[in-house]
Design a protein around this ligand. Structure first.
Ligand SMILES: Nc1ccn([C@@H]2O[C@H](COP(=O)(O)OP(=O)(O)OP(=O)(O)O)[C@@H](O)[C@H]2O)c(=O)n1
Ligand SMILES: C[C@](O)(CO)[C@H](O)COP(=O)(O)O
Length: 380
């Protein structure tokens, strides 16, 4: 079910993720090639309008990283304050309903979202997914069970929690002290809340171990593509070569229709290969004069953008240059950084290394340079 035109999604991401630990607040951490917040936003790609609450200290990061039609709003010191700030931006905008979702629940499925939307379309003022508690409930003190509690009628609350905008905005105004979630405020305001189907996989990343669990869930559902590329360019007269985007002074140059960056060509072909989209020659025919002398970053960026356009993140890439000279080691770090920049991925996902062919064959005789590359692409 698509999200109706008068709905907006609010993704809450202004928290600090203190329980999850780590170097970054949890919403900015990587989850198999995409940040948590990017995954949460992507789940609502159908929504006509998406408002994201961010801590003021994360605003610059948000502007840099959250592309697409999202509105960024400064959140408050509690989840309720953040949601209230987002709701206020929608007042008088023509939006009739809101789906309020934790940015820390990146695995929400389309079925869970559709369940909430359907309940609202059926006339509910408020609807939210939940799971009936199936485990026995105990009380404990100091690691010792002190009693039990009946589990009948108990549910574990999830998001997105959906509401008529006027109703939830009024509830936030009337109860500024806030609550654990928006359903609690809706109840306080006297609105009935429909329970819709939640899913175990719609977990909220809260503790450090939740990231491993989310990666296991994603890994099972993930489309993982592997591609390889191989390229060779012969030496000619000259005083430098371009390798993996780095200019290296040398007593020869590489011969080619473009800048002959053999490493970048192999990597570009690896990405096209993983996508089953042919090779550089198909996208940039050597017979076309406009590519004469072209800088190879054009090809690599095209392949990376094509991957992203087809819904894939670049998992990692590994390039091996095969030559006697020039020596690659002193330049490998710069090459790694340049490839990462061009592909817009983290440098620690890119490897550049080199080997000689023990003076055997054309690379051993110094007649040219060969390169092989592997790339993994991830979707899911
Ligand atoms: N002031 C706040 C606090 C929380 N949230 C968001 O509300 C969601 C659920 O909150 P929680 O899991 O408690 O996140 P944190 O507050 O970041 O976690 P912690 O309590 O461990 O610091 C998260 O997406 C979080 O970013 C928010 O927008 N504004
Ligand atoms: C809204 C919520 O996700 C419902 O389960 C939850 O209450 C928010 O997180 P917190 O851990 O309670 O802050």
């Amino acid at each position: 079910m698509t999200i109706p035109a008068t709905y907006a999604a609010i993704i809450t991401a202004a928290g600090r993720g203190t329980r999850a630990g780590g170097d970054l607040p949890k919403q900015w951490r990587d989850l198999l090639g995409q940040t948590v917040i990017a995954r949460s936003i992507a789940a609502f790609a159908d929504a006509p309008r998406i408002v994201v609450t961010l801590s003021p200290e994360d605003m610059a990061r948000g502007i840099a990283q959250l592309s697409g039609p999202v509105t960024l709003v400064a959140g408050g010191t509690t989840r309720s304050e953040s949601v209230h700030a987002a709701l206020k931006t929608l007042e008088g905008s023509g939006v009739t309903h809101v789906l309020i979702h934790d940015g820390a629940r990146p695995l929400v499925s389309q079925a869970v979202i559709a369940g909430v939307v359907q309940a609202l379309e059926n006339g509910a003022v408020a609807a939210a997914p939940a799971l009936a508690v199936t485990d026995a409930l105990w009380r404990a003190d100091g690691g010792v069970v002190t009693g039990t509690a009946p589990r009948d009628g108990l549910y574990r609350a999830q998001t997105p929690q959906g509401f008529r905008l006027d109703a939830i905005l009024a509830a936030h105004r009337d109860f500024p002290e806030g609550a654990a979630d928006d359903v609690e405020l809706a109840l306080r305001a006297g609105h009935p809340v429909t329970v819709t189907a939640g899913e175990d996989d719609n977990l909220k990343l809260t503790w450090p171990g939740d990231f491993d669990r989310a990666e296991r869930i994603l890994g099972g559902a993930m489309d993982i593509r592997l591609g390889n590329g191989f390229d060779v360019h012969a030496f000619t007269e000259g005083d430098h070569v371009w390798l993996c985007g780095v200019r290296i002074a040398h007593d020869k140059a590489l011969l080619g229709h473009s800048d002959a960056d053999v490493g970048m060509h192999a990597l570009t072909d690896a990405i096209y290969g993983a996508l089953a989209q042919g090779d550089i020659g198909r996208h940039f025919p050597p017979s076309d004069p406009q590519w004469k002398g072209a800088e190879s970053h054009i090809f690599l960026r095209h392949a990376a953008d094509l991957a992203r356009g087809m819904g894939f993140a670049i998992g990692n890439a590994d390039v091996t240059l095969i030559c006697e000279q020039p020596k690659i080691g002193p330049h490998a770090g710069a090459m790694q950084a340049e490839l990462a920049r061009i592909m817009d991925v983290a440098p620690d996902r890119i490897s550049v290394k080199a080997t000689t062919s023990e003076r055997l064959g054309f690379t051993g005789r110094g007649e040219g340079i060969a390169a092989i590359a592997t790339a993994t692409l991830l979707k899911g």
